[in-house]
Structures are given as C-alpha cells and as structure tokens.
Design a protein around this ligand. Structure first.
Ligand code: H79
Length: 613
C-alpha cells in the first residue's frame, strides 16, 4: 500500500526531465553549479547513485581523519531537564524521549516549550569545550523526534523562534555555525525523520505533505547553514506515531540531498540503517569489536546515561574509559561522536566539560593525538589484549592500557612481514627493546608508563616493498537485460571500478530496466602486496566472485544488502584472473567490490589495479 505512494509517475517524468536537461545543456551549456535544481539527477534506468568511494574520496577525507566529534542533544525536552511532574504529584523521568515515554499530553508539552528560554546558550563556549576536548566536528540536534525545530524554520511554528520564551533575534544554529567556522570545526545537523508532533506524519495519505515540509526544512538547513554533514535518525519502523519510512523513501531523500549539496556526508539512517545506506554506519552506545566491513562507521555514545539533559543522572563515565573508547574506536577505523546535553538554559553540564577537557589534555600531551587523528585500523598486527594499535602511514601507535611489569614484553602478532626500525614512548625518553619473537615482535619498554589512561609506543615500520601502482583501466563489464546471462549483452564496456548503487530505480544503462538484469565482470586483479587479501562483495540480490578460476564468494540466494567476504592469497604484481557475476531480480540493486589486506586499508578495489581481459 505504502510503496505505491509515489512510484507510478517516475519513469515518464524522469524521461521528460532528462530530455529537458539534455536540451537545456545543448542550448545553454552545462548549468552553473549554484543554479543546479534539486531535481538535477532524476532516478530511472541508467542512474547509478554511487558517486565516489567514501573510504578514499576527497569528499569524506576530513571526516575520516578527524575521528572525534561532539554530539549535542538540545531541544524543547531540555526545558524539562529530565523530569515530568504529573497532576497527581508523581514524577516520571526521561530525557529527549520524555514526551512519549512519560505520555505528556501535547498541550502540556507545548506549554513547556513555550517557557523554553535557553538564554545562556553560548556557542563560543560550546565550541571551546569541543576544541579543548580535541573534537573536530560538532553534530547538533536540529530537530529530534518531538519535531521541535531549533532554528527559525518557515515550515511551521513549532520551533525555537516562534514557540518559546527565547530572544526572537537569536538563532543558535547560526551562532554555532559562525563559532565553529571561526574555530575550524565542522558543523553537522542531526535530523529526526520520525516526527511525533506533525499531524501529517503518521498517515500514509498525508505523509507526502509531511515529506514536503521535511524536504523544505532540510533545504533551509543546507542553504542557510551549509552543514558539513547530516545525521538522520528515527528511520526505524515504529508505532505511536506510525513510522513506515522505507528504503524507497531513503533513495528519494538521498537523491534530493545530493542535489542540494553533492559534498554532504550522511549517516546510514537516511535510509534503513544498512551497509548500503548513506556514507557511514552508526553503532549507538556500543563499539564494534573489530573493523567494520563494507562501510565507514561512527560510534555515538553518551557521557552519562542520557542524550538530552537529565538533572538526576550523575552517573558519568570516567575520562579513562572515554579516552580508551576513542583509542579502541580509532584503532578499528571508526569515529567517536561523544554527546553533551545542555540544560534548559543552554549550559553544558560542568561534569561534561571536565571530562571533555581531560580527553583533550591526553590527546595534546606529547603528540599522543597522533594515535587518533589521521590514524586508522592496521591490518599489520592483531589487536593485542594490552591496548589498541592504530596506523598512520608507516607509523604504528600502540596505546598501552596494561603496562607490563619491569622487564616484561608486550607481544605484537604480525599478520604480514614487516620490520620495525624505531620505537619510542611518546612523552618519555625510555628505550624500547624490539625483538622478533614467535609470530611477531616483543616490545620491552625500559621504564614505567607515562600516564594512567594509556601510554603510546610509536613504532616506525617498514612493510615489505609493494609493487608499483598499476596502470589498469578497469574490468570488462557485460550487462545483460536478464538474470541468466543469456544472449548477447545489452552493453559491453570497461568499468573503472565495481562500485554500484542502483537502488530501486537505477540500472547500469538507460536501456536496461531497473529489475531483472545481470552483470558480469571479467579481467585481472593485480595486487601490490604479496599478502592475504580480504575481498568483500556488498550486494543485493546475488553475487559470485571467482579468483583464478576458483569460486570464492557464492552468494546466490537472493538477499537484501549484505556483505560477503573471502580471503585469498594474492601475489604482488601478478595478474590474477577475476570474474564476477551479479544479478538483480526485483527491488533494490547494489554491487560493490572492496578489498583490504595487512598493507591496504579497506577500499573499493581501485581502477589502477584492474585490467580488462
Ligand atoms: O537521539 C538519541 C536517541 O534519542 C535516539 N538515537 C540517539 C542518537 C534513539 N531513539 N531511539 N533509540 C535511540 C532507541 C530505539 C528504540 C526503539 Fe522502538 C525500540 C526503536 C524501535 C524499537 C520504541 C519502540 C520506539 C519505537 C518502537
């Protein structure tokens, strides 16, 4: 029922728009970047939504390097500071979910919002707290599930300017934007799709009206504040109010956002929180125990037990835990988005500020931040029990949380041959003995740890030499307008990379329909290292991969977006035969081929290492 909401008209409209665009381009030349309408890229056969590889693109470079951000949960709920006193005198506690979880009647919640006056909101102080913490980007709630907009939106009156006791001349998002710009900190906005306040949200018949306002609000945010990223939430299926946000809705929204700003980074909750949605995964209140396959990722976590301000929650995590979380996350290639919840006046709680400052102080001490900024997962060694190891270029940063007893070694298990040419403890003159031992190395520091939180041993490493970058142009790609690879291909061409996001409406070519097609890639894969590579296929509906004639990935049961992996030993400079067969039956279509190895961070297999037959 719901899927029929808006599908029917697309192909014709897309065609006429496409024709119009082609004509306009012929007549006027390419449209100016700033004037490009939001509809510049219409879905339809031939559309590929993949524009780059987030693992390596310039678009995401700042996000991948910055590693550590500040989340801010601030909204009408902050006025209640976590407690709702019912008429009968009983108290119900919650934070940003208080409206729903304490069943506050709409008029009472609106009354509370009417009193909301965050006069002490100090953008410069917040940016300074982030800066002192070593946080390099900020994501603030522009609208949480309660639907209350924290900027003067023109789409409704349920916002901080029109429904509060706050100074009407002030705009806290604008204030935060200019303070962040001045400090060289990126600003992004959280935006909840699920909306408890808008009466049009829950009914499929009226949802298009809501969606129109949502699009208009997002356009206001992008046009007026130029956020570096959008952090969606509330995309899950829910009742009360009903939420049927679908993957198709996500496809439309992502297309729209790309039209507004092609450089925007979005999290995976823009769709349905899957490996193919948005630019990065969003583990919440948890840290994955290993690098994540197929997608960038960011763990968002609280400083105490709540996102929004809760006066009663004084259960704060220790600076040690928080800093070690950051080290664990960076060593597994992720980002850490650590939350503060300002009180009803807009002040960040002092215990939060104190903890943030301690993390920042650790990061600033003796260059220990190098274990985090610009560093990421290393495939060179196994994660040790005594700490976390990240890599930045030819440096490994072993952040030791269990310092050994005098004379005792820390063992590192090597996953590929490399040599260690230098070792030192940041912030200490002590010697570090390095000896080959068993399956790796023993590091034996001569002295004690430099601090309680973690002490960083910086290793300079020389990996085995790599073969030079290849000169490949990609694989041969044959596209069939059927799932059985029958008859002559509709299209044969060289595909620079296997990195495709056709979703529901797209397909590999304009004359290949969005459903029931097959794609075969053939050619050679030429690695630069003699190592065990992990190949990952991100696919929907089926994927098979052969290396040197051997079937290594065999995901032939039709499936939704998923990652299938194979480990293969490859030889540097050698051309290994590769064959990939992908089919799309109905629904959504995706196919990506990534690799990683001890020497190569996870990424789409690059063009230069792919050759046609
Ligand atoms: O903004 C913060 C939280 O308020 C928000 N995400 C972070 C960043 C968040 N919302 N919900 N959750 C976290 C937990 C999810 C609860 C759910 Fe359910 C349980 C969603 C689906 C099952 C309750 C029942 C809500 C919908 C159905």
């Amino acid at each position: 029922m719901r899927t029929s909401r808006r599908r029917a008209v697309i192909p014709l409209r897309a065609l006429s728009l496409l024709l119009g665009m082609v004509l306009a381009t012929i007549l006027n030349g390419p449209p100016a970047a700033t004037a490009a309408p939001a509809t510049a890229r219409q879905p339809g056969p031939g559309t590929d939504y993949a524009t780059d590889d987030p693992f390596t693109s310039a678009r995401t470079a700042w996000w991948r390097q910055d590693r550590f951000g500040m989340f801010i949960h601030f909204g009408a709920y902050s006025q209640l500071e976590g407690e709702y006193r019912r008429a009968d005198g009983t108290v119900c506690r919650d934070a940003e979910w208080i409206k729903r979880n304490c069943q506050i009647p709409v008029d009472e919640y609106e009354d509370a919002a009417q009193d909301f006056n965050p006069a002490s909101f100090d953008a410069e102080a917040i940016v300074k707290a982030a800066k002192d913490a070593g946080q390099r980007y900020i994501v603030i709630t522009s609208k949480h599930h309660d639907g209350y907009a924290m900027w003067p939106t023109k789409q409704n009156g349920w916002n901080l300017r029109d429904h509060s006791s706050f100074d009407q001349r002030r705009d806290i998002l604008a204030e935060l934007k200019s303070a962040a710009d001045a400090a060289g900190i990126k600003l992004g906005f959280y935006y909840s799709i699920w909306d408890w306040h808008d009466p049009d949200f829950a009914d499929p018949a009226t949802f298009p009206r809501y969606e129109k306002r949502m699009y208009a609000q997002l356009k206001e945010l992008v046009d007026n504040y130029h956020p570096a990223l959008l952090w969606f939430d509330g995309e899950w299926d829910a009742d009360d109010p009903t939420n049927r946000w679908s993957a198709q809705d996500g496809e439309r929204l992502q297309t729209y956002l790309h039209g507004l700003d092609p450089d925007l980074i979005t999290n995976n909750r823009v769709g349905k929180r899957r490996v193919v949605d948005g630019d990065y995964g969003t583990p919440e209140q948890e840290i994955p125990d290993a690098p994540v396959d197929g997608q960038l990722w960011e763990s968002c976590m609280t400083l105490n037990g709540h996102w929004g301000f809760a006066a009663y929650d004084q259960d704060w995590k220790s600076p040690t835990t928080l800093t070690r979380n950051l080290l664990d996350i960076a060593s597994r290639g992720g980002n850490y988005l650590l939350n503060v919840g300002p009180d009803r006046l807009g002040r960040v709680p002092q215990p939060s500020v104190d903890r943030l400052r301690e993390i920042g102080s650790w990061l600033r001490t003796s260059g220990q931040g190098r274990a985090v900024y610009g560093a990421g997962a290393t495939g060179l060694v196994d994660e040790p029990s005594w700490g976390a190891v990240s890599r930045s270029g030819n440096r490994l940063y072993a952040s030791v949380t269990s310092w050994p007893a005098a004379g005792q070694p820390l063992h590192l298990t090597a996953k590929a041959p490399f040599t260690v040419t230098g070792a030192r403890v940041l912030g200490s003159g002590q010697r570090v003995g390095v000896a080959k031992a068993g399956d790796g190395f023993d590091l034996t520091p001569a002295g004690g740890p430099v601090g309680d939180i973690a002490s960083v041993i910086e290793l300079t490493v020389e990996p085995a030499p790599a073969a030079p970058q290849g000169r490949g142009q990609g694989l041969r790609e044959e596209v069939f307008a059927n799932e059985t690879f029958t008859g002559p291909p509709a299209v044969t061409r060289t595909d620079p990379t296997v990195n495709h996001t056709w979703r529901f409406s797209g397909s590999p070519a304009a004359d290949v329909p969005a459903d029931h097609f097959g794609v075969r890639w053939t050619g050679y894969l030429q690695p630069r290292h003699s190592e065990t590579y992990t190949l990952s296929a991100v696919s929907d509906d089926t994927a098979r991969v052969w290396i040197d004639g051997r079937l290594v990935i065999d995901a032939t049961t039709p499936h939704g977006p998923q990652v299938d992996k194979a480990t293969v030993a490859l030889r540097a400079g050698h051309r290994h035969a590769i064959r990939i067969e992908y089919t799309e039956q109905t629904g959504e279509a995706h196919m990506k081929l990534l690799w990683s190895s001890p020497g190569v961070p996870q990424q789409i297999v690059p063009r230069a290492q792919l050759y046609t037959p």
